[in-house]
Design a protein around this ligand. Structure first.
Ligand SMILES: NC(=O)c1ccc[n+]([C@@H]2O[C@H](COP(=O)([O-])OP(=O)(O)OC[C@H]3O[C@@H](n4cnc5c(N)ncnc54)[C@H](O)[C@@H]3O)[C@@H](O)[C@H]2O)c1
Length: 430
């Protein structure tokens, strides 16, 4: 099929290259000319394992093209995905300015029947809004359908997730509108659920909010474990073995960050409010998440006898491993908190440092984990990159001022680091 994907971020680019790899003719569109040029040269504007192989293979084999014009790409396509960003506005509600802009561009390119697919995470009613924008631009109703097809990929395993989704959700006004998309996804051979537009839009928010709730739930339990000398890892295992609960998203830690859970919980609270419902449960989920890193830094402050003048070596900046994404990363909130308490942060991350450099964070950056720990008053693990799991703590012990480690993601065992004389503070353990 001939496909256009508007937006070449984590979702759009991965969707585009995956659909090209399945044999479709795909045009990836971005209004940022630098991104277009980069992709055209076979490189990726985002860090995502494996993506450059997909880009080069599909460019070379002629199934992938890149363009700066959504209107031109739409003209040449049967199906157009809108996969632009929907960041939070100041009040937490989703900012859909980019979706509106993309829809207006798409409208200019429709001259034959086109299926317009909302892949961005958008509030309930956005499918109808896009349809209205197309009509206002003079596109006849017979020339388009708008369907919702929310995305569930995870950064860091985005290509695998796109090729192996748990389910494909299609929100449509009619079976006929959904049918083209069902055909497109047929090679994946995965369960497809067709719903009305509103339900599909809600499913995306509800999924992310439920996952956020699981993490906040286990983090609340981590506080109880710290108070009663329990071990939250065992508690998580014990409840996760119940098939009604499941083990996923029960890792206690510094809480959730990233480009999706913070904005989608805030967005859902606002969307609920606009419908006259006060989603109190979700507000508490967010409050627990905000409190979690503060509480860990309280423990650090107590152990170090204050943070004033202290240097903390922060391992990891990305909101999770295998991505360079630092949107709403806990590392940034924590660095700010440490600074507010008089301390300094020196950090290292395998791939996210360029993105941090582009912000004015006052975090000083090191070339590697060992340089980061050199002379530090304490080490704080924030992102559980694999390469941090097997660091030489014998060597780090000779570099740091104090052999004190705060493990914000529960990746170290107290016994193994104890051998090197490290005192380890773990979330959810005494
Ligand atoms: N990142 C994730 O893990 C993830 C997962 C599932 C769903 N989502 C949702 O998917 C959507 C996209 O997220 P993302 O992380 O890929 O965003 P992103 O910010 O990484 O990418 C958006 C891209 O769209 C481009 N763009 C913006 N306006 C445009 C326009 N008018 N025309 C052409 N290009 C335009 C930007 O330049 C950018 O490259 C969001 O709604 C997000 O909530 C994201």
């Amino acid at each position: 099929m001939r496909i256009a994907v508007i937006g070449t971020g984590y979702v759009g680019l991965v969707t585009g290259v995956a659909l090209a790899d399945l044999g479709n003719d795909v045009i990836c569109v971005d209004n940022n000319p630098d991104k277009v040029a980069l992709i055209q040269s076979g490189r990726s504007p985002i860090y995502e394992p494996g993506i450059e192989e997909f880009i080069t293979r599909n460019l070379d084999e002629g199934r992938l093209r890149v363009s700066g014009s959504a209107a031109e790409a739409t003209q040449q396509s049967e199906i157009v995905f809108i996969a632009v960003g929907t960041p939070p506005s100041a009040d937490g509600s989703p900012d859909i300015t980019a979706v509106v802009a993309a829809a207006k561009e798409v409208a200019k390119g429709i001259s034959k029947y086109t299926l317009v697919v909302n892949k961005s995470t958008v509030p309930v009613g956005s499918g109808e809004m896009v349809a209205d924008l197309l009509r206002e631009a003079g596109v006849d109703d017979s020339l388009f359908d708008v369907v919702s097809n929310p995305e569930f990929l995870r950064e860091g395993s985005a290509i695998w997730d796109t090729m192996n989704p748990d389910r494909i959700i299609i929100g449509a006004k009619s079976r006929e509108a959904a049918a083209r998309l069902i055909e497109l996804y047929q090679p994946l051979d995965k369960p497809v659920l067709v719903t009305d537009l509103q339900s599909a839009e809600l499913i995306k928010y509800a999924s992310n909010c439920f996952l956020a709730m699981k993490i906040s739930f286990i983090n609340a339990l981590s506080r109880m474990c710290e108070a009663c000398d329990g071990n939250v890892g065992d508690v998580a295992k014990g409840i996760g073995l119940d098939h009604r609960i499941g083990p996923a998203f029960l890792g206690a830690g510094l809480g959730w960050g990233g480009s999706c859970l913070p904005k989608d919980t805030a967005g859902m609270i606002r969307v609920a409010e606009s419908m006259g419902y006060d989603f109190r449960l979700l507000k508490e989920v967010v409050a627990i998440n905000d409190e979690q890193p503060r509480h860990f830094i309280d423990r650090m402050e107590e152990r170090l006898g204050g943070l004033s003048g202290k240097t903390i070596a922060m391992l990891g900046l990305a909101f999770k491993p295998n991505t360079d994404d630092i949107r709403d990363a806990k590392a940034l909130v924590i660095a700010e908190d440490i600074r507010a308490r008089g301390g300094k942060v020196r950090a290292f991350d395998p791939v996210a440092m360029d993105n941090v450099r582009a912000l004015d964070t006052q975090i000083s950056l090191s070339d590697n984990a060992y340089a980061c720990c050199d002379g530090a008053d304490a080490v704080l693990l924030v992102t559980e990159w694999n390469e941090f799991k097997q660091l030489d703590f014998g060597k780090i012990g000779t570099l740091v001022k104090n052999k004190v480690l705060f493990d914000g993601r529960r990746i170290y065992s107290k016994e193994s680091l104890g051998k090197f004389g490290f005192e380890v503070f773990t979330i959810g353990s005494p």
